[in-house]
Design a protein. Structure first.
Length: 391
């Protein structure tokens, strides 16, 4: 199982000092946070994609390429790649380039974002959001798997004898997660292709996300990729840690109360009782995170949001020390206990290359798990993408 952090890259005033970091400071802080994540033994750093204030990560591949040069082991991901408003051709080329630069330490999460005006800014219609997600990803999937593509769709100009460059590293495209907080169509899309499904369950009660994840698992099996428990699931979470629970609450409360997203709404106590947010001791974080498996089944990736709402860099780095030293080692051990043998490991480039080779030669793959899980490809059964959009 993989543990990591994700950032939305918000530029928010520190409510305890009134000071707002500059964009330059925030960008540099995100890089420092990624490097710290590797230092403390985390597996993944993921960045969002936004094109409006108060956010700064408008170019995830630029940032992740920079981080790739300063890390050795960390998997570099996105917590949103806007599949609706980015050109699939540009996504195919940008992330294949990043994949080469990072020696395969790359995957990405497709999403529609949370900013309505981004659609007209990029010449798209928000009312076509789901249809754009379906068609654009169908093209991206093909661009990474066919050397020459002839394609025609509704939302962009046709392609004739087109080859995206560079080709994916080792002939294996980056692994793709499909992220959603509300749309069953996206769970269906992830299942159809045998990709991962990421439920960023940080704002809503778990029952809502249980339905989405169960739908994804059932449809994953329907499309012939394996059993429901072999589906690849990722979850979001939020932490603020201190050895003393009361002190954690005292320190985090002003940030929570003034956060742009959930400030001035439910109380901190209400929010922690209804969502995955943990504000407390390392042991409390461990205990609450372990309940996720009870709700959603065995899963492959756990990402935590820890640098938002104006928290200063020094505090975030201290939080990562606690996470890496006191929380994640225990979670790794506990998550492995009673994990069924058929549940696949989290996807890595090396494992997927080995599986692709095994599929070609007819030998058993390195991980022993279902081939579609590792390759991210959909089965040969006769299902069209129109079935995805109709769900």
């Amino acid at each position: 199982m993989q543990f990591g952090i994700f950032t939305v890259g918000d530029v928010t005033a520190d409510p305890t000092t009134g000071r707002t970091p500059t964009e330059h400071e925030r960008i540099k802080a995100m890089v420092a946070i990624a490097q710290k994540a590797e230092e403390v033994g985390l597996d993944v750093f993921a960045t969002g994609e936004h094109h409006n204030p108060p956010f700064v990560p408008s170019s995830p591949t630029t940032m992740l390429g920079h981080i790739a040069a300063r890390t050795e082991r960390l998997i570099l991901s996105t917590s949103t790649t806007l599949i609706t408003t980015n050109d699939p051709v540009k996504i195919a080329e940008d992330y294949a380039m990043l994949q080469h630069l990072a020696d395969g330490r790359v995957d990405l999460m497709m999403g529609r974002g949370n900013t309505g005006p981004v659609y007209p800014w990029f010449g798209k219609d928000i009312r076509q959001g789901i249809a754009l997600a379906v068609e654009n990803y169908a093209l991206l999937h093909e661009l990474w798997r066919k050397d020459v593509v002839n394609w025609e769709g509704k939302f962009r100009t046709p392609l004739q004898s087109f080859t995206s460059t560079p080709r994916p590293l080792d002939g294996v495209p980056p692994f793709v997660w499909h992220g959603s907080i509300r749309s069953p169509e996206i769970a269906e899309q992830a299942a159809y292709y045998g990709d991962g499904f990421f439920a960023n369950n940080i704002f809503w009660p778990k029952d809502h996300f249980r339905k989405l994840i169960n739908l994804y698992r059932e449809r994953y099996a329907h499309y012939g990729h394996g059993t429901p428990d072999q589906a690849v699931v990722g979850l979001g979470g939020q932490l603020f840690l201190h050895k003393n629970s009361q002190e954690a609450v005292r320190r985090f409360r002003p940030y929570f109360d003034n956060a742009p997203v959930y400030g001035h709404g439910p109380s901190l106590e209400e929010f922690t009782s209804q969502t995955p947010l943990t504000v407390g001791s390392p042991q409390e974080a461990i205990e609450k995170t372990l309940t996720f498996r009870e709700s959603f089944g065995d899963y492959q990736r756990q990402l935590f949001l820890m640098d938002h709402a104006g928290l200063p860099l020094k505090t975030v780095l201290e939080q990562l020390d606690i996470l890496g030293e006191e929380v994640v080692p225990v979670l790794r051990e506990e998550m492995e206990k009673n994990r069924p043998a058929g549940v696949p490991d989290a996807p890595t480039h090396a494992a997927r290359v080995a599986q692709a080779l095994a599929d070609t030669t007819g030998t058993t793959g390195a991980t022993g798990s279902d081939s579609d899980t590792n390759t991210g490809s959909h089965s040969d059964s006769a299902h069209g993408t129109e079935e995805v959009s109709a769900s």
